[in-house]
Design a protein around this ligand. Structure first.
Ligand code: 16G
Length: 239
């Protein structure tokens, strides 16, 4: 017969804090002090600090010297699916938006031309947007579209969803994409656009999207704030 051991005091503390973080406290609210947690759970201050260190490493709380420990903003879990920024934000109940939108026609150049399977001298539409969720900058996005496929000036319509405009106006719907995700840091200009500290961590997601006919429709570089994003994958094992 096995007897279950009662949970360690530090486990009870961890569970209590996890409960506060998911339900009771709002982002940027202060957690109870180390001293009061130590008293309430009959553990040492060192134990409390260790549990808080762990939560800090997981990005669930942050500390301000001399003020205490606070609840972090929740991360946006992005699943690797062929969705648009607008769809991603709406499915989380957030209001998508775009700031600092610019749109210009430029020669593709070697890298973009290669990704889009067009000549380096062919024209592309370069769209730059700071993507926001409930007005907070989340992602800096550069999209490159072969000008041949989108002859109109898209800029006036880029307050909303690019994918919706491509589909409604140009009959272009993405069917498949190749995507790479890598870690990077924000250079000073990108950090300013994203309202984040320079050299803070970020994800760079590079997508090449194809329509059902196999035409490369978009090459995009999306730079996501590392403190607000995590990538979630559903993975399967062959039977
Ligand atoms: C996503 C795509 C981006 C696309 C944008 C369109 C990734 C990594 N990138 O951010 O390639 O341009 O959606 O969004 O998912 P929109 O339709 O809201 O403009």
């Amino acid at each position: 017969m096995t007897t279950e051991r009662p949970p360690a005091k530090s486990d009870r503390l961890r569970r209590h804090l996890a409960g506060l973080l998911v339900g009771e406290l709002a982002p940027h609210e202060r957690l109870p002090t180390e001293r009061s947690l130590a008293e309430e759970f009959s553990v040492s201050r060192l134990t409390v600090r260790r549990v808080l260190d762990e939560l800090e490493r997981e990005g669930r709380v942050y500390r301000v010297q001399g003020s205490g420990t606070f609840v972090s903003e929740p991360r946006i879990h992005k699943s690797v699916e062929l969705t648009s920024f607008t769809e991603d934000m709406r499915s989380r109940g957030l209001r998508p938006g775009s700031l600092e939108v610019s749109c210009e026609r430029i020669p593709a150049g070697a890298d973009i031309g290669y990704a889009l399977r067009i000549s380096p001298s062919a024209e592309v539409l370069h769209i730059r947007r700071v993507r926001t969720a409930d007005d907070e900058p989340m992602c800096l996005e550069h999209s490159y579209l072969p000008a041949e496929l989108v002859p109109d000036d898209l800029e006036p319509e880029l307050d909303g969803s690019l994918y919706e405009v491509l589909s409604a106006r140009h009959g272009l719907t993405l069917h498949r994409a190749e995507q790479t995700i890598r870690a990077t840091v924000l250079g000073p200009d990108d950090a300013r656009a994203l309202d984040a500290p320079p050299f803070s961590p970020a994800f760079l997601v590079q997508r090449t999207g194809f329509d059902a006919r196999g035409r490369a429709v978009e090459r995009a570089d999306s730079l996501y704030r590392g403190d607000r994003y995590s990538y979630r994958l559903t993975i399967y094992r062959d039977p």
